[in-house]
Design a protein around this ligand. Structure first.
Ligand code: GLC
Length: 614
């Protein structure tokens, strides 16, 4: 009976979107109706294999399409092996995850990938198999079930721009099968690749220069935008899109709630362009959204778009024709670290004003750092008015965060430092960048470092959107330098902040006054407050406040009868926020102190979360 009802719902969703899907597909693939019918078949097959409980979850979420937009959702990203060895280990650690108040986990890539050339799992060799060291598909499914029974959602990457050169398709292409060479971009000589190179920038200028790799085995150049062993898939071939949609639906059917579409801006290539964010990319993302709406409407798409703000926002699509449900707030993240180094929040205020003016349907994932580097994609024209030029300012930031600037408290390492352009990005854990590492070596004030780390988390939790913590940051885990000795990792400094989770250290969260206890309890308290007050709902109005001091960021949230004024001092000096609200008594949710929201003294790296109820 229920099955029948769901079947009818599938058919009605299919009919609802059929014309648009067909139109998008035919526009991209010049009326290849045979391929379009194949895609429809794949969708139906995958729908039929979708488990009843997942269909029920879809139906439940369809009734409340805002299910992911509340103040209840809190995320954590982690590598399965670094966190708990394997999938079974993660299952055993779900209590800890819940102790962290987390109900959304992003498991970093766990599908099969080669032992050595794997880019942290982002070079998939089999989309239908879990990396054997981590477990099996059945264990993944089991973990998803366990997560659901605890109210936890699971996010997984879908690495769609490329496959590993060890993928079955790549191997067959390498053996000369034309059918599979057409899954990728193969060229006999450097003619066309050379033309591409004139307009396509480089992702890894130092660790993997160029966008093509010569494979003598087949005597061909292959397009490899990322590492040479990551072969770009050719989405101009409809078979590739169909196969990849089959793969993603298969993964989703294991019980995945959120799909992170990895490196999505890169999936369409066209000569004479920079091969980023082309209109065809949006066509494909919109199709993916429709495909999910039809087959698994409870599933969310999270786009990984590490681009300038004007390129990021279009991935939300329009309100009528949405693309991704969620996107990373990448510019705000990078801008935050800029303000840590400069103690000047003006550019952050300006960046937040841009985000706060976007429609509320647009949900951002906020984070302080992730598994990747921090790239200095800042609003340089804005900075120029203060005399900060792009090249010199990036150099200052990199010097500051690698601890090479006089008085700097940070410890980080450069990533893809490009000697020709002088450009470089940055790696490090939140705690090490905040000075905790130096303080533990007695060269900096520990309390001050902990306070900065705490303040940054408090600020992230107030931003509009969903906060996601990188596993280990909740207990102030430091940089892991062991990757320097590891032949498989030493060329990639991102491993500096992807170290194993140190359970012994985490255990110290139970020891009073330890660094771990202060951070874990401090951040935990903030998270609980966030989930208790409706002013933290994603639907709240959020705007910034002039504080009269360039080191103090002021954020206001207002929702129904609650108003919150949050103040963050980004400097190591005690300061005063010259705000004049004159509208009654506020309570600081963190300390419980009551005060008027007028001329507030904010200690160095201090935070206030001032609440007033009407
Ligand atoms: C994404 C991942 C990054 C990876 C790249 C190539 O940007 O976050 O870790 O190197 O895609 O797949």
């Amino acid at each position: 009976m229920a099955e029948n009802k769901y079947e009818q719902e599938y058919q009605s969703r299919f009919l609802k979107y059929y014309d648009e899907l067909k139109w998008l597909y035919c526009e991209l693939y010049e009326n290849r109706m045979d391929a379009f019918h194949k895609l429809c078949e794949i969708m139906y097959q995958q729908y039929c294999t979708r488990k009843q409980p997942l269909k029920e979850l879809d139906a439940q979420r369809a009734k409340n399409s805002n299910w992911y937009k509340g103040n209840q959702l809190l995320g954590m990203m982690l590598y399965v092996d670094a966190f708990a060895g394997n999938l079974k280990g993660v299952k055993e650690k779900l209590d800890y995850i819940q102790e962290c108040n987390v109900n959304y986990i992003h498991l970093m890539p766990l599908l099969d990938s080669p032992e050595i050339e794997n880019d942290g799992g982002y070079a998939v060799s089999d989309f239908r198999k879990v990396k054997p060291q981590l477990g099996t598909m059945e264990e993944l499914e089991q973990l998803a079930d366990d997560c659901h029974s605890r109210g936890i959602s699971l996010c997984l990457d879908f690495v769609m721009n490329h496959t590993s050169k060890e993928h079955e398709w790549a191997k067959r292409a390498m053996q000369g099968e034309k059918e599979y060479q057409d899954y990728y971009y193969f060229y006999d000589d450097f003619g066309i690749p050379g033309e591409f190179e004139k307009t396509v920038p480089q992702v890894f200028p130092t660790t993997a220069p160029g966008n093509f790799t010569w494979y003598p085995e087949v005597q061909k150049f292959v397009m490899t935008t990322f590492y040479p062993y990551q072969w770009d898939l050719n989405y101009a071939n409809p078979v590739v899109l169909n196969e990849m949609m089959d793969n993603v639906l298969n993964l989703i059917n294991k019980g995945i709630d959120v799909i992170r579409i990895d490196a999505v801006p890169y999936i369409w290539k066209q000569l004479g362009t920079n091969c980023r964010n082309l209109p065809q990319v949006h066509n494909i993302v919109r199709m993916m959204r429709i495909i999910c709406e039809i087959v698994c409407p409870g599933v969310l798409l999270l786009g990984e778009v590490v681009m300038a703000p004007d390129k990021v926002v279009p991935y939300f699509g329009t309100v009528e024709k949405p693309e991704c449900h969620m996107l990373y707030n990448v510019t705000t993240m990078a801008t935050t670290w800029n303000c840590v180094a400069t103690r000047d929040i003006r550019i952050l205020k300006q960046q937040m004003d841009i985000v706060n003016h976007l429609p509320k349907e647009y949900v951002f994932l906020n984070y302080l750092r992730c598994h990747d580097d921090i790239g200095w994609g800042l609003d340089y024209p804005y900075l120029m008015q203060f005399g900060m030029g792009e090249v010199s300012h990036k150099k200052y930031l990199n010097d500051f965060f690698t601890g090479n600037f006089e008085g700097s408290f940070a410890k980080g390492e450069l990533y893809n430092s490009d000697p020709t352009s002088g450009d470089a990005r940055l790696c490090g854990t939140t705690a090490s960048l905040c000075g905790i590492e130096k303080a533990l070596q007695n060269t900096y004030d520990l309390e001050q470092a902990i306070q900065l780390d705490f303040m940054l988390h408090a600020y992230m939790l107030v931003q509009s959107g969903i906060p996601v913590i990188y596993s280990g940051d909740e207990v102030g885990q430091l940089n892991d330098y062991t990757y320097h000795e590891d032949l498989k990792k030493k060329e990639d400094s991102r491993y500096l902040h992807r170290g194993n989770f140190l359970w012994d250290l985490a255990q110290k969260r139970k020891e009073k006054d330890s660094v771990q206890q202060k951070l874990f309890d401090g951040i935990g308290k903030l998270e609980k407050i966030r989930s208790q007050y409706s002013v933290f709902e994603v639907g709240a109005d959020v705007w910034t406040l002039n504080t009269g001091d360039t080191s103090i960021l002021g954020i206001v949230r207002s929702y129904q009868k609650e108003k919150l004024i949050a103040l963050f001092n980004f400097s190591e000096f005690d300061k005063t926020a010259f705000i004049y609200q004159n509208d009654g008594i506020y309570t600081d949710l963190i300390s419980g102190a009551e005060m008027q929201a007028n001329e507030i003294k904010v200690p160095k790296y201090g935070v206030y979360w001032l609440l007033k109820k009407d």
